[in-house]
Write a protein that binds this ligand. Structure first.
Ligand SMILES: Cc1cc2nc3c(=O)[nH]c(=O)nc-3n(C[C@H](O)[C@H](O)[C@H](O)COP(=O)(O)OP(=O)(O)OC[C@H]3O[C@@H](n4cnc5c(N)ncnc54)[C@H](O)[C@@H]3O)c2cc1C
Length: 406
C-alpha cells in the first residue's frame, strides 16, 4: 500500500474501532499491526462496561458505547457475545455510600438508569453475595459485558469489508514529518504516504508518540484477572459486582466466576515486552484481592475452587484516570487513542466514532474535552507521572470522585 488518507497504528480495541469508523466515513484507511491482529491487551480484558462516570461528557461517551455494543452485530455484521447482565456496586464504608449517592444523581442527570437497592435485593440478583459488611449498593440494569476478543477483531473485519487495508505483522517503524506535519509512515515494507496517523499502539503508544516527536504521559500498568472452573448455580444472569474500597470486580464467565481488581502497588512496566503473552503474571495478587472481599464473596475462599484461566495485560494509565484521545499537541496530522485506564475496550465503540468525527468533521459529535491530550501540556516529571498513575490505579473505583471505569 503506497498511500492512505489515515494510517492507524495498532489493531486493538482502540485502533480497530477508529479504523472501522474512519472507513465508514469513506476514508482510505491502513491499519498497521506489529503482531497478529487484535492479539495484545484487548483480548485479555474482562469486557465489563460502566456508564456513570465523573463528568456528564464521560458518562455520555460510556452510554453511547453501550448502545453501540448492543447493536454491534447488526451494525457491523460481525459476531459479538453480548450479555446485558446489569451491575451492582457495593460500598462498605460511609464515604463510599456517599459516592454511590452522587453516582445515582449523576446517572439520573444524563439518563443512565441506576438506583440504590437493599442488600436483600442485591442478594436476590446475585445469590453468592454475602450479607455482611455492606453499607450501600447500587443497581445499574443496562450495564453489560462482552467477549473481549470478538470486539476488535469484529471491527477489523468490518473495516476491511469497507475497504480498509489490514497489515498484520507490519510495524510502524518511523514517520515522515514535513513543515505541515505528518507526511508518511515508515514500515519494513515501505513508506505509506498519508497526512494523518492515529497512534493506537496500546502499551507501546508512548514509543510511537515519541517517534512522532510528542511526549505522551501514560504508564503501561499490569492488570490481571482469573476465571474459575464452572461452579454449580453460577449463571450468565449474575450481574457484574464491584466493591469500591477493595477495587475488586466479579462476574460470571463460562459457568464459573471471573475475579479481577486493582492492587495498591501495581507493576508499572518500563521495558514493554515484544508480546503481552510474555508478561510475567502473579496470581497471588488476585488471591489477596479475593481475601479482601471474603465477607462479600466467601465463595472465593472455598478450597475446592479451581482456576481455569489466569490472564493479564498492559493497559495504559493516565494521571487523572481518564482516557487520552484526540489530536497530539504539536504535530499536525497526528492523533492518539491511549490512556485506556483499564476501561478502553468497552468504550472503544464511542471513542472510535468520536475520533473519526474529529478527523473528518473537525470536531467529535460528543464532547471530548475531558479526554483531550491538550490537558497535559508541559514537561513531564517521570517520577511524578508514575506516582500519580499508580495512585489513579490504586484508587480506581474512587478516582475522580467516583469515575468508575471497568
Ligand atoms: C485483565 C484485564 C481486564 C480488563 N478489563 C476491562 C474491562 O472490563 N472493560 C474495559 O473496557 N477494558 C478492560 N481492560 C482494558 C482494555 O483491555 C484496554 O483498555 C484495551 O484493550 C486497550 O486497547 P488498545 O487498542 O489500546 O491496546 P491493545 O489491544 O494492546 O492494542 C494495541 C496494538 O498496537 C500494536 N502496536 C504497538 N506498537 C505498534 C507499532 N509500532 N506498529 C504497529 N502496531 C503496533 C500492538 O501490537 C497491539 O496489538 C482490561 C484489561 C486487562 C488487562
Amino acid at each position: 500500500m503506497q498511500s492512505a488518507d489515515v494510517v492507524v497504528v495498532g489493531s486493538g480495541a482502540f485502533g480497530a474501532s477508529a479504523a472501522y469508523h474512519l472507513a465508514r466515513r469513506g476514508l482510505r484507511v491502513a491499519v498497521l499491526e506489529r503482531a497478529a491482529l487484535a492479539s495484545q491487551t484487548s483480548p485479555r480484558a474482562a469486557g465489563l462496561t460502566s456508564q456513570v462516570r465523573a463528568t456528564p461528557a464521560l458518562t455520555r461517551l460510556a452510554q453511547r458505547a453501550v448502545t453501540k455494543l448492543a447493536s454491534f452485530s447488526e451494525e457491523t455484521g460481525q459476531p459479538l457475545r453480548f450479555t446485558q447482565s446489569g451491575a451492582l456496586k457495593i460500598a462498605r464504608t460511609e464515604r463510599d455510600a456517599e459516592q454511590l449517592g452522587r453516582e445515582v444523581k449523576r446517572g439520573a442527570a444524563v439518563g443512565v438508569p441506576i438506583e440504590l437497592v437493599s442488600v436483600a435485593e442485591a442478594r436476590r440478583r446475585l445469590p453468592i453475595l454475602g450479607e455482611r459488611g455492606i453499607v450501600a449498593v447500587t443497581w445499574s440494569p443496562t450495564d453489560c459485558n462482552v467477549e473481549p476478543s470478538e470486539l476488535p477483531l469484529g471491527y477489523c473485519r468490518a473495516a476491511e469489508k469497507l475497504g480498509a487495508a489490514l497489515l498484520p505483522h507490519t510495524p510502524a517503524t518511523g514517520f515522515e514529518l514535513g513543515p505541515r506535519g505528518v507526511e508518511g509512515v515508515r514500515t519494513p515494507r515501505g513508506t505509506i504516504a498519508t497526512g494523518a496517523v492515529v497512534d493506537a499502539a496500546g502499551a507501546w503508544a508512548r514509543l510511537v508518540a515519541g517517534a512522532l516527536g510528542a511526549p505522551l504521559p501514560v504508564v503501561p500498568t499490569r492488570h490481571q484477572l482469573l476465571i474459575t472452573e464452572p461452579i454449580a448455580g453460577v449463571t450468565p444472569e449474575f450481574p457484574i459486582a464491584r466493591v469500591i474500597d477493595a477495587n475488586v470486580y466479579v462476574r460470571h464467565e463460562r459457568g464459573g466466576l471471573m475475579l479481577g481488581g486493582y492492587e495498591p502497588d501495581p507493576v508499572q512496566v518500563e521495558a514493554v515486552p515484544d508480546d503481552v503473552a510474555g508478561l510475567p503474571l502473579d496470581i497471588q495478587v488476585l488471591w489477596r484481592l479475593a481475601r479482601s472481599v471474603r465477607e462479600q464473596f466467601p465463595i472465593f475462599q472455598d478450597p475446592a475452587l479451581r482456576v481455569a484461566e489466569h490472564r493479564g495485560g498492559l493497559p495504559t494509565l493516565t494521571m487523572d484516570d481518564r482516557y487520552l484521545v484526540g489530536p497530539l499537541p504539536g504535530v499536525a496530522g497526528a492523533w492518539v487513542m491511549s490512556g485506556c485506564c483499564v476501561g478502553g475496550l468497552s468504550v472503544s465503540p464511542a471513542l472510535g466514532e468520536a475520533i473519526a468525527g474529529w478527523i473528518v468533521d473537525g470536531a467529535p459529535a460528543l464532547d471530548c474535552a475531558d479526554i483531550a491530550p491538550a490537558r497535559f501540556a508541559g514537561a513531564i516529571d517521570e517520577a511524578d507521572l508514575r506516582e500519580r498513575c499508580r495512585h489513579a490505579y490504586a484508587t480506581h473505583y474512587r478516582a475522580s470522585g467516583g469515575d468508575a471505569a471497568p
